[in-house]
Design a protein around this ligand. Structure first.
Ligand code: SIN
Ligand code: MN
Length: 261
């Protein structure tokens, strides 16, 4: 699948691309099916919310489930990533579902991923791409991702490690920087029906508010990074940044609808 010139232009201008309907309702249903089992597992890959103990994020999914192994090599994700990154060889850096469960899902603070990738994993350049699929409808109520439009072009945005706000250590952006960047751009709230995809890069400043609604907000996230830009430090767990640098190769377009197993 190729992004159109218009889509590419929007990606480069805003820093995030929203692709409604990239995956069908049937495909989303296939992706939802293993989640109850995966979330029930008592493994270090499942990070739990500080207050409720519900799963906040379930990582390493392409190694834990065949459906997630497939979606992590889906041509509708891998091919646009190749297009944006000029056909570089890419490895799977991280796969997860961020749950933000009804009533209890906690905040993701303002951050850009490169601050964590660089400081924790020694990734040299901000080239990694985030490819998301909304697995539930995301509305104004259940904790949509917010992006500061244009923040991907800002350089040297200060970031500091926050280990206290949530259960997940994250390099975050301070309030003054968020205010300055949001005054220049504005905030895009990424809402959409299940099956909508989002693509954004490593410098894009984003976050999401808590979910006090009665509706789950589950989102699948794949991070692909060029092999030539691989991690140089192995301090975090493998499921936070995989060490297998085998270049990803796409499967067939209908790979989610073929019987698993
Ligand atoms: C992230 O930035 O990795 C997570 C954001 C979210 O799930 O809202
Ligand atoms: Mn992030």
């Amino acid at each position: 699948m190729r992004l159109s010139d218009d889509q590419l232009a929007r990606y480069h201008k805003d820093g995030v691309l929203v692709l409604p309907g990239l995956f069908s309702a049937e495909e989303v249903e296939v992706l939802r099916r293993p989640l109850a089992r995966l979330f029930a597992e008592d493994v270090p890959e499942n990070f739990r919310e500080m207050v409720s103990g519900e799963v906040r994020t379930a990582m390493g999914l392409h190694l834990r489930d065949e459906t997630y192994a497939r979606v992590s090599r889906h041509p509708r994700l891998v091919e646009p990533a190749w297009q944006i990154l000029n056909d570089q060889r890419l490895y799977i850096q991280q796969t997860k579902v961020n749950a933000k469960i009804a009533f209890t899902g906690e905040v993701w603070q303002w951050h850009y991923d490169f601050a964590t990738h660089h400081n924790e994993d020694g990734v040299p350049e901000p080239l990694a791409l985030n490819l998301y699929i909304l697995l539930d409808e995301v509305s104004e109520f259940n904790g949509p991702l917010w992006f500061i439009r244009g923040s991907h072009t800002a350089r040297d945005v200060p970031a500091a490690l926050d280990t206290g706000t949530t259960s997940y250590p994250l390099w975050c952006v301070d309030r003054a920087s968020v205010a300055r960047l949001a005054a220049e751009g504005d905030i895009l709230s990424a809402r959409g029906l299940p099956g909508t995809a989002l693509i954004f890069g490593d410098r894009m400043v984003h976050g999401s508010p808590p979910n006090m609604s009665p509706w789950h907000r589950r989102i699948y996230s794949l991070i692909l990074n060029p092999v030539a830009n691989a991690l140089t430090k192995q301090t975090r767990s493998e499921h936070q940044h995989h060490r297998d640098l085998t270049p990803v190769t796409p499967l067939a377009d209908d790979c989610l609808l073929e019987a698993v197993g």
